[in-house]
Design a protein around this ligand. Structure first.
Ligand code: AP5
Length: 224
C-alpha cells in the first residue's frame, strides 16, 4: 500500500489500545493515541494537561479546539509521511471534518476506519479489570490478559495502576459521551466507504488477525 493512514474507532474499552500496540509493531508506523498523549500532558503538568484534566476526570471529551491542533501537528510531521495509526481521534464529527480538511490539503486520504464492535456490558467488564502501566501505558486485564507478576508490567517493569477514569460512574459517562458524540462517526465514515467493522468481542489474538486480514485485502485491491 502506498501509505497506510488508519483510524481505530470504538467505545471506551473496546480494545483500540490493545490492538494499536500490536499494529504499531506490525507496520512500524507512528501510533498516536490521544488518551495517552493527554495523560502524559497531565503527568508533565503542561498547559494542555491542565486544560484537559478536568474533562478527563469527569469522562467528558476535551473541547475540539484543544485536541485538533495536537493531532494536526503529528499527522503533518515527517515521521508520519508513510502513514499513521490514530487511536481515539477523531471522536466527534467536528474532529473528523478537521482531519479530512487537513488530509485534503496534504493531498492524502484516510485509508480505513476500523470499528471495534463491543456492547456496553462488555465495556464495563473490561474497564473494571483493566490495569495500565504507569510509565508507557501498556495494557493488561486481571482476568483476560493478566500480567505474569501482579502489579508489574511484563514489558517495561513499571507499576500497573487503575486509571482514574476507570471508576464505575466515570465509565458510564464515557459511554454516554461515546453514544452521543462519537457514534455518529460510524455513519460518517460508512458513507465515505471507509468503515471496516471488526467483532471486538473475540479473543485479542483473533481481533488482531482479522484487522491484519482486512488490511491485506485493502492492499490487494489497491494493487489490482
Ligand atoms: P482514551 O484513553 O482514548 O480512552 P477510551 O477511548 O475511552 O479508550 P480506552 O483507552 O479506555 O479503551 P481501549 O479501546 O483502548 O481499550 P483497551 O485496549 O485498553 O481517552 C481518555 C480520555 O481522554 C477521554 O475520556 C477524553 O476525556 C480524552 N480524549 C481522548 N481523545 C480525545 C478526543 N479525540 N477528543 C476529546 N477528548 C479526548 O482494552 C480495555 C481492557 O480490555 C484492557 O484491560 C484489555 O486488556 C482488555 N481487552 C482488550 N481487548 C480485549 C479482548 N478482545 N477480549 C478481552 N479483553 C480485552
Amino acid at each position: 500500500m502506498s501509505e497506510l493512514n488508519l483510524i481505530l474507532l470504538g467505545p471506551p474499552g473496546s480494545g483500540k489500545g490493545t490492538q494499536g500496540e500490536r499494529l504499531q509493531d506490525d507496520f512500524r508506523l507512528p501510533y498516536y493515541a490521544t488518551g495517552d498523549i493527554l495523560r502524559a500532558a497531565v503527568r508533565d503538568g503542561t498547559e494542555l494537561g491542565e486544560t484537559a484534566k478536568e474533562f478527563m476526570d469527569r469522562g467528558d471529551l476535551v473541547p475540539d479546539e484543544v485536541i485538533i491542533g495536537v493531532i494536526g501537528e503529528r499527522v503533518e510531521a515527517p515521521d508520519a509521511a508513510d502513514g499513521f495509526i490514530l487511536d481515539g481521534f477523531p471522536r466527534t464529527v467536528g474532529q473528523a471534518e478537521a482531519l479530512g480538511a487537513e488530509m485534503d490539503e496534504l493531498g492524502r486520504g484516510v485509508t480505513a476506519v476500523v470499528l471495534f464492535d463491543v456492547d456496553d456490558d462488555e465495556v464495563v467488564r473490561r474497564l473494571g479489570g483493566r490495569r495500565t502501566c504507569v510509565k508507557n501505558g501498556h495494557i493488561f486485564h486481571v482476568e483476560f490478559d493478566p500480567p505474569k507478576h501482579e502489579g508489574v508490567c511484563d514489558i517495561c517493569g513499571s507499576r500497573l495502576i487503575v486509571r482514574d477514569d476507570d471508576k464505575p460512574d466515570v465509565i458510564r459517562n464515557r459511554l454516554d459521551q461515546y453514544h452521543e458524540k462519537t457514534k455518529p462517526l460510524v455513519s460518517y465514515y460508512s458513507d465515505q466507504g471507509l468503515l471496516k467493522r471488526v467483532d471486538g468481542k473475540l479473543e485479542p489474538e483473533e481481533v488482531g488477525n482479522r484487522i491484519r486480514a482486512l488490511l491485506a485485502t485493502l492492499k490487494m485491491e489497491e494493487e489490482l
